[in-house]
Ligand binder design. Structure first.
Ligand SMILES: *Cc1c(COP(=O)(O)O)cnc(C)c1O
Length: 356
């Protein structure tokens, strides 16, 4: 079997999705399953949908197109603002997009007209994290513009926190989003079907006992479904599986070596050298055939019995604290979101989708 490779357990992704659908459903919140860390995998999208996600989210149009070519017919939202140069493709393949720029919205309207389609718009509002979003004071102007343009349907409003500045979704900023939705509805005499509160970082807020979620009825979830974790504290969400996605690599060297380098020392190939004091005694080390060329090795976490000592372009060096694997055997590593994303996009990492 090819190594390195990602192993994606679709049944565990389904478990995570179902668990969150069941927990958020009673609060009136729908799950939009975000596939961007999987490059728009139709297999993963199928797992989300089978477990109750009502729509899909993707950040890139080529991934949306991959989902469509893979037979996915569920509603798809482009969760990054469309590029003007891709407006036609966005209207052709995605049902809805998250938007914050008037010029983009105008191009989507023109593209929708040319293709005789209606494109859904969710207007993103900046609530503190300072990535995408319209300033709250400019929201009514933006709503007015969308309502006037042909070929567009204003589906709702949304926000995104915790990505650029680490601002935590909480009662205050979520109440602000609700208040904005209510104000827009009152001012324009319309109903906003979607109030999209955010991403996996919203889960601690949404799961606070007795929480009032206000008008928030939609979360765009990726990391929690794939890795079982919420990004704020990196902790495993209660009841979710953190082993749905893992990385498998092959051992190319295994043996005892001193724990302290010998000789005068300068910079290592990728900056900081391994600077553990080391007791000078031998330790058992293994080298796994993967490195910085393949993925973000800083996001690779050794499983029990191993400790990552460092990585260069093609070598991942670990110390074993348990039984030592033989050369030619495979070892399994956990990945964080960044390592998962980069491994998925790497031409040198294989991918296997598994069901029990
Ligand atoms: C990536 C992304 C998400 C999903 O975030 P997770 O942390 O993976 O749940 C949601 N919304 C937007 C706008 C995103 O870019």
């Amino acid at each position: 079997m090819t190594a390195p490779r990602l192993e994606v357990h679709l049944d565990r992704i389904e478990h995570n999705t179902r668990a969150l659908v069941e927990r958020l459903g009673p609060l009136g919140i729908e799950v939009c399953g975000v596939t961007k860390a999987t490059l728009g995998s139709p297999e993963v999208a199928g797992a989300y949908l089978a477990a109750g996600a009502t729509s899909l989210g993707e950040s890139r149009i080529e991934n949306v197109e991959r989902l469509r070519h893979g037979g996915i017919t569920a509603p798809i939202t482009l969760v990054r603002s469309p590029m003007i140069s891709q407006a036609d493709r966005v209207v052709a393949s995605a049902d809805t997009s998250l938007n914050s720029e008037p010029d983009v919205v105008a191009r989507l309207s023109a593209a929708a007209g040319a293709l005789h389609r209606t494109h859904g718009i969710v207007l993103m509002v900046e609530l503190g994290d300072l990535r995408e979003g319209i300033m709250p004071g400019d929201l009514h102007d933006a709503v007015h513009r969308v309502l006037e343009l042909p070929g567009l349907a204003l589906r709702g409003i949304g926000t995104n926190l915790a990505c650029q500045s680490g601002v935590i979704p909480d009662e205050a900023n979520m109440a602000e989003l609700t208040a904005l939705a209510v104000a827009v509805e009152a001012a324009f005499g319309i109903h906003l079907a979607v109030v999209s509160g955010g991403n996996s970082a919203n889960l601690p807020w949404a799961m606070t006992p007795g929480v009032d979620v206000g008008r928030v009825n939609h979360l765009r979830l990726g990391e929690s479904l794939l890795l079982g974790r919420e990004p704020i504290g990196r902790s495993v969400v209660d009841g979710l599986r953190a082993d749905a996605c893992s990385l498998v690599g092959e051992v190319i060297e295994s043996g005892r070596k001193p724990s302290r380098p010998r000789g005068a020392r300068g910079r290592a190939a990728f900056g900081v050298p391994d600077d553990r004091p080391g007791d000078g005694f031998d330790e058992h080390r293994v080298i796994v055939a993967l490195g910085r060329q393949d993925l973000d090795v800083d996001g690779v976490v050794a499983q029990e019995g191993f400790e990552v000592l460092g990585a260069s372009s093609d070598h991942l060096v670990l110390r074993t604290t348990g039984p030592s694997p033989a050369v030619g055997s495979e070892i399994r590593l956990d990945v964080d979101y960044s390592a998962l994303l980069r491994a998925m996009t790497s031409p040198s990492v294989g991918r296997r989708y598994l069901r029990p």
